[in-house]
Design a protein around this ligand. Structure first.
Ligand code: HEC
Length: 271
């Protein structure tokens, strides 16, 4: 104790006697020490997160994880659902309901573990900034994920099993010639044709989409494999025919299901 006390006094005296230059050097050293200490600290906060393949393929985590890590210095490694992890995102209704999208509600399991990185991530995901980051993830200008509310849990039964991401691409490919199918295709569509946002706001929107090929004006130019009759040779399609399968249509319906229905206030924006 005595030696340490003396040394401290000596250090203190020396520091003051050497003046401002030495203070500057000391603060550089302190900065270097805190810089080198940080990686070790975030290393201990790093954790492993299970992510189901559908969620991983959606691109959502590639969007949110770097933003989270940049902000917090916590590194997250993604693994498949059958691998060991500290935390799991799952579609099994268990743990915290996080957000909904791709016709499912997504949960965070094992979020209670006492791990500084996991705690940080869980808090961030449920914060205003985290939720905004999730909703801001868009494919073709449309948010694929929304914040989960208890009401969604009940509505989940009435959703569709198609591949919504494929549906987004198919809608763009086949329907955006005439319809606004996303914010991004608003300008390429025909103004007088109802947008998908407007169609989505009808209570029977799903019946209309599932049978669109039989509803005017589509029969004149649409062929659904194994469903529609070939065009009458005396009345060929007046435009490049629209050809798709029932699987394609299911995907489109799954995509439209996730679109925000237009309300009266946003009609003008979407039209
Ligand atoms: C060549 C232009 C064109 C293409 C391509 C097109 N549509 Fe349409 N669609 C229209 C028009 C025009 C209407 C409005 C018809 C009306 O109001 O009578 C319409 C209406 C609809 C309706 C509402 C039908 C009703 O009677 O309620 C649905 C659903 C629909 N389209 C789905 C689709 C889907 C899905 C695709 C792509 C796979 C598609 N459309 C491609 C022109 C098109």
């Amino acid at each position: 104790m005595a030696v340490w006390g003396q040394q401290f006094k000596w250090n203190a005296q020396r520091k003051y006697s050497l003046g401002a230059r030495c203070v500057a050097v000391l603060s550089v050293i302190t900065a270097v020490i805190s810089l080198t200490a940080n990686p070790a600290q975030s290393e201990s906060k790093a954790f492993v997160l299970q992510v189901p393949p559908a969620l991983r393929e959606s691109g959502l985590l590639k969007h949110i994880l770097p933003r989270f890590s940049l902000k917090t210095g916590v590194r997250i490694t993604m693994v498949a659902p059958d691998e060991t992890a500290d935390l799991a995102m799952t579609e099994t209704p268990q743990g915290l309901a996080l957000f909904e999208g791709l016709q499912k509600i997504w949960y965070l399991n094992n979020a209670e573990v006492a791990h500084p990185g996991v705690e940080r991530f869980t808090t961030w995901l449920r914060s205003e900034v985290g939720l905004r980051t999730i909703v801001n993830f868009k494919v073709d200008g449309v948010s694929l994920f929304q914040v989960a509310t208890p009401k969604d849990v009940v509505e989940q039964a009435a959703t569709f099993s198609g591949d919504a991401i494929a549906g987004a691409q198919l809608s763009k490919l086949h329907c955006s010639r005439c319809h606004a199918v996303s914010e991004a295709t608003r300008m390429t569509s025909i103004g007088s044709t109802p947008s998908f946002f407007i169609l989505r706001s009808f209570s029977d929107w799903d019946a209309r989409f599932l049978s669109f090929y039989a509803l005017n004006p589509h029969p004149a130019f649409t062929q659904v494999a194994d469903v529609t009759e070939p065009f009458d040779p005396s009345r060929p399609s007046p435009i490049v025919p629209l050809e798709l399968t029932l699987g394609d249509l299911e995907a489109i319906v799954a995509y439209v299901d996730g679109l925000p229905p237009a309300d009266l206030g946003s009609d003008l924006i979407h039209q």
